[in-house]
Structure formats: structure tokens, C-alpha cells
Design a protein around this ligand. Structure first.
Ligand SMILES: Cc1cc2nc3c(=O)[nH]c(=O)nc-3n(C[C@H](O)[C@H](O)[C@H](O)COP(=O)(O)OP(=O)(O)OC[C@H]3O[C@@H](n4cnc5c(N)ncnc54)[C@H](O)[C@@H]3O)c2cc1C
Length: 378
């Protein structure tokens, strides 16, 4: 693979430090955190001190002051190491903090962003509800005005960082009769009365990443925690999706590359019938197919990354990148097969890759929704 054109030596230096942090401060403990269902809260502060949180938030708000390529580095390093317990770092830094950056007033940004960069404040985004995921405009959670407050009632589910979250970027209906035009965004303090969390959700994979249900019962929140203008939440959400989908595509491309590399090494070492597995034509050809798929995925995702950096990536392009790269990771099942029984043992990364990479085809807009979006523009 030739050197990737977008990245400079500064990005490479940052990559080395992120790589080291993950290798030293995360991976030795990851299996235990999978048992616990979450990473320790202190890890967030360590990551903040190491400059891994909010790398693309401007320095004046406490962030790293870098471009989106620094975000890409963190996403790729987490994916390559399969450090999926901290998938929520990128939700926090590169989704939630970017909403605050793009929509917040100067006062809000100064008040809210520095704590996110240090890891003092953990953020999550709460859109999905038990009865509304893909069809976001069907959410039922309401935030109704009452003097200089809003009263929130409702329930959210599958929320990444939901257990640790100090603040939640809440998507709620402020005008329930107006459908998509009645949705607003709030930056909600989870210490206020009326907020509660369900237990950690028991997931197939990403077991060290906390994912939780959130409940809001007559919760009074100050009006000044609204982000942006009232009833414009749906269009704000759509506006941020290009970056979010590109992030998922980057993650999937890196995860597939890593899984292929582990498997090539394994099939060169493992002997059966007096020769290495890779000497069997069936396995060699399958690996060749997946190598070509991986390279095509990398080329397409990096082209989308270049377009994004130039301000040219549109919603269709991001949907295609997300669809292609996340679907390409279904090849991990074929790679796992080459390990035989070992592939089914969680001590082998390929086993965890199968379960931990899987939700990329579901969240951030499922593959079916991506197809729908792409098809609409045909
Ligand atoms: C690990 C994990 C972490 C998550 N983190 C978050 C988070 O931090 N915040 C958050 O808000 N949400 C989060 N989610 C939720 C995620 O965004 C939703 O699960 C996703 O949007 C799908 O919604 P749903 O589960 O309600 O499925 P549904 O919308 O009920 O869809 C069910 C199936 O039907 C398909 N489908 C739906 N509509 C159509 C259609 N028109 N045509 C064809 N097929 C269709 C879908 O693609 C899917 O396959 C997370 C989910 C997971 C698994």
C-alpha cells in the first residue's frame, strides 16, 4: 500500500502517540473491561491528558486544534487495535463535540467544550428510542417549554457512553405535532433530577463499550441548554451525518485491513496436511479476493476523505462510503473460517472482530437506509 497522500508527518507523529496510548493504556486491560461492560471513568481523563479527545476542536476551546485527519487517526488506531471499548471516544469527540462547535454560541462553546477535551465531561448523543431508530422523526421524547425551562419526558436506548455520560446531546420534540420540523437539540446535564439510566445493555460485541438506556421523567432543563434554534434539530442532524458516515467508513476500512493482515500471518504459520494453510489454492484465492476488496475499499474511502477535506463530499458520497466499507467487513466471516476452531475463541482478535465490527452496518444509518438514500439520488 502506497503512502496515503492526505496525511503529513505531523499526523504520523500523532498516530504514533495514539498507537502507544492504546497499546499501553488500553489493550492490556481490555479483556477485563469487556467483563465489566465498561472502561474505567479515569481512562477518559488519561485520554484527555494524552490529547486523544477532541483532536479537531480548536485550541481556544481546549481541543487539539487539528483538522479532521487527526480524528481519522484516532478512529483508525482504535479500529486496528480492536480497542472497541473506547469506540465512544470518537462519538464524544468527533460527533458530540462537533455539534457543540458548529451549533453552539460563543458562550456555550467556552463553557462546554474544554471539559470534553480533558475528559472531565463525558458526552453522548441520544437519538434512538425503543420505538424509533431509522425513522428518527417518529421519536416520542418531548421537551416542552415552561417559563425559562423545558420539561423533558421520554426514553432513549442503545446510547453509546450512556453509563458514563455527564452530558447528553438530547434529540427531543419541542413541537410534537410538527413531525421532523418539531425537533430540537439540548445539551442536558445528567445530574439534574428526573434523569436516570437503565442497566448496561448486554451486547453481542463491543462489550467493553458502555451502552445504556436513558430515562427522562418530568426533568426540568434550563432553556439555555438548547443547541441551535428551536425546531431545527432534524436538519442539524442531517447536516452532521456526512462526517459521521465517513468516520464509520474509515473505521471499517482500517478494521478490514487489520483482520486481513492477522489472517495472512496465521495462514502462513498454521500447518495442515504437511503444508501451511496458505499453500492451499482455495485459501490463497479467498485471501486474494479479500486483499482486492480491502484495497478497493481503502482507495474509495481515502478518495471520500480527500473530498471531505476539500469540502466536496456530499450526502450521497458519504452514504456510499459508509455502505461500501461497512458491508466489505462481512468478509471478516470468511477470514475467521481460516482459523478453524481458534477463530471461534475470543482470545483471537478475529473472533472479536466478527462481533465488534458488526454494528457498523446498523448504526449511523443502517445499510438499508444508505441504499435508500443512494437510490433516491439516482
Ligand atoms: C452498538 C450500538 C450503539 C449505538 N449507539 C447509539 C448512540 O450512541 N445514539 C443513538 O441515538 N443511537 C445509537 N444506536 C442506535 C442505532 O442508531 C439504531 O439501532 C439504528 O439507527 C437502527 O434503528 P433501530 O435499531 O430502531 O432499527 P429499525 O429502525 O427498527 O430497523 C430495523 C431493520 O429494518 C430496516 N429498515 C428500517 N427502515 C427501512 C426501510 N425504509 N427500508 C428498508 N429497510 C428498513 C433497518 O435497516 C433494520 O435492518 C446504537 C446501536 C448500536 C447497535
Amino acid at each position: 500500500m502506497s503512502r496515503r497522500k492526505s496525511f503529513t508527518s505531523d499526523h504520523d507523529m500523532f498516530r504514533t502517540s495514539v498507537h502507544r496510548f492504546i497499546a499501553e493504556r488500553i489493550m492490556p486491560f481490555h479483556a477485563q473491561w469487556e467483563e465489566d461492560g465498561r472502561v474505567p471513568r479515569e481512562l477518559w481523563r488519561e485520554a484527555g491528558a494524552a490529547g486523544i479527545l477532541c483532536p479537531n476542536i480548536p485550541e481556544e476551546y481546549g481541543g487539539g486544534g487539528g483538522d479532521f485527519l487527526y480524528t481519522a487517526v484516532v478512529i483508525e488506531e482504535i479500529a486496528t487495535a480492536l480497542a472497541t471499548g473506547v469506540t465512544g471516544f470518537t462519538t464524544h469527540s468527533d460527533i458530540v463535540a462537533n455539534y457543540l462547535l458548529h451549533l453552539g454560541t460563543e458562550e456555550q462553546k467556552k463553557a462546554w467544550l474544554p471539559g470534553m477535551a480533558t475528559g472531565e465531561v463525558v458526552g453522548s448523543i441520544a437519538m434512538t428510542e425503543p420505538s424509533a431508530g431509522s425513522d428518527l422523526k417518529a421519536i416520542r421524547t418531548t421537551a416542552l417549554p415552561d417559563g425559562d425551562e423545558y420539561i423533558v419526558n421520554g426514553q432513549k436506548t442503545f446510547i453509546t457512553n450512556g453509563f458514563h455520560a455527564d452530558r447528553v446531546l438530547l434529540v427531543a420534540k419541542t413541537d410534537p405535532a410538527a413531525g421532523a420540523r418539531g425537533i430540537s437539540l439540548f445539551w442536558v446535564d445528567t445530574t439534574l433530577p428526573g434523569f436516570s439510566r437503565g442497566k448496561l445493555l448486554d451486547k453481542l460485541g463491543q462489550r467493553a463499550q458502555d451502552t445504556a438506556e436513558l430515562f427522562f421523567s418530568d426533568m426540568r432543563i434550563p432553556a439555555d441548554c438548547m443547541l441551535g434554534e428551536p425546531n431545527k434539530g432534524f436538519s442539524y442532524l442531517m447536516g452532521e451525518l456526512v462526517r459521521e458516515r465517513l468516520m464509520i467508513a474509515l473505521r471499517c476500512a482500517a478494521a478490514l485491513e487489520a483482520a486481513l493482515e492477522w489472517t495472512i500471518s496465521y495462514t502462513k504459520e498454521r500447518q495442515a496436511f504437511g503444508k501451511a494453510l496458505i499453500e492451499n489454492q482455495h485459501i490463497r484465492f479467498k485471501l486474494a479476493d479479500i486483499k482486492a476488496l480491502t484495497c478497493a475499499t481503502r482507495a474509495f474511502v481515502d478518495r471520500c476523505l480527500e473530498e471531505f477535506m476539500a469540502g466536496d463530499l456530499d450526502a450521497d458520497g458519504a452514504a456510499m462510503a459508509k455502505l461500501w466499507a461497512s458491508e466489505a467487513t462481512s468478509a471478516i466471516d470468511d477470514l475467521l473460517q481460516m482459523y478453524g476452531g481458534y477463530g471461534y475463541m475470543r482470545e483471537y482478535p478475529i473472533a472479536r472482530a466478527l462481533t465488534d465490527v458488526r454494528p457498523n452496518r446498523i448504526y449511523g444509518g443502517s445499510s438499508e437506509i444508505m441504499r435508500e438514500l443512494i437510490a433516491r439520488a439516482l
